[in-house]
Write a protein that binds this ligand. Sequence first.
Ligand code: SF4
Ligand code: SF4
Length: 462
Amino acid sequence: MFKRFHVETKGAALDHEVPRIEVFRDHDRCIGCGLCGKACVYGVHGREPSLGDFTKMALPVHERCVGCHRCVNECPKSALELRAHPEFLALGDAYYTPELIETLRYEAETGRVPVSGAGYRGPFTGPGFDRLWTDMSEIVRPTRDGIHGRETISTEAHLGRRPKRLEFTLDGRVATRLPPEVRLQAPFVLLPPPFAAPLAWRKALAEALAPAAAEAGVLLVVDEDVRPVAGGMRLSSAATADPSRYRGLAFVELRDTPDAERELETIRAASDVVVSVLLRASSGAAERGLGLAKAGAGLLHLAADPHGRWSDRPDKHLLDGLRELERALVDGGLRDEVTVVASGGIARAEHAPKAILCGADAVGLDLAALVALGLRRFDGAKGFFTPEEAGLQDADRARQRALNLLNSWRDQLLEVMGAMGLREARRMQGEEGRAMFYEDLQAEFLKLFTPPARKEFDPTYG
Ligand code: SF4
Ligand code: SF4
């Protein structure tokens, strides 16, 4: 009987979180009436009897405030104000903004889909992923039974080379030798951290992520020295013909070197493992990807930096690289045979469907996974993490937080697919018709207001 894929989530809060809100009390105005304490059901305001004066209010417990403004409205002296907490504003970096970190925190802590309220007050476009809108044209007619109902929506992704065609024997059996593939329940790959760290710390991270990856049905890739905790391994040196090096693995990743084609062959001869080639997003990556595909590569991993930028053109984004690679593979007649993983800057759940629409089969999580576990202070690609900063002291909690994050992202992918009327994540791959780029829409819109040339007659133009 069919069994719906399900991930068990439960609350997994960190011992200490940086408060988002600072509840500021103006002591010159406060008369100690205590109304704020009665108004707040979260216990932010209390008395401070240790001061020897029972009219004095204690310092607000900022961490508990949810920002409902009730106490602010109830205060008869207008002595209360809510501000963004200075520690909160100092979190992350220019890309991983405090708001983004807050979203990842909520997803990892609860496993739920974050809801920010009715209406949208933000800008309608921005750099990177924010210039792409997804076509939700089926939102008025969602699947008959809802995305979590009886109707199945598959978020599966299959990674590896695909045969161009299938051949059958006369009695109907498949005669084509099927290449190895990695099947994921959701199109997510947990990648090695983008930051340097001692081996013991990277091992602790991998040990926390491995059970979460197994439960969520996704792939964990670790550096070769961290083996054997995962199904995927990134080689630290050139491939060798020693089969024991690949034993027990489902996935091996090579760095792109001038010798990559030969290394690819070496591994394929030694083992039946899915081989990925790690391509840095840069000028020429699409052409190189096509060359590797022609040489037999079945899986290309296009990686931008942790902020989603190309290595040689910071003005270019991962999505640009994906679209170029997609076009090169289509033009080369190899798109159906090759699969693509995209990583770098994948920091929000919505980035996954956007990358998939531009040509990825799955997305890689690097820094986002560390932030979900607890990492709060870092600086772009120059970072460093310690087990304490990454919340690894409690391995079970770290596992649960990773699992919660994966579940929340999968649920959000289901929401997008439901609104698009798609029932298979694999059908989204390269579906650029479902992606609307701001620059294209703007050009189309501006054309409407361009007066026709004098000699033309256009009755629709006043
Ligand atoms: S804003 Fe709401 S949650 Fe925050 S302290 Fe005031 S009443 Fe409590
Ligand atoms: S309600 Fe206003 S005046 Fe009364 S104790 Fe609270 S902050 Fe002070």
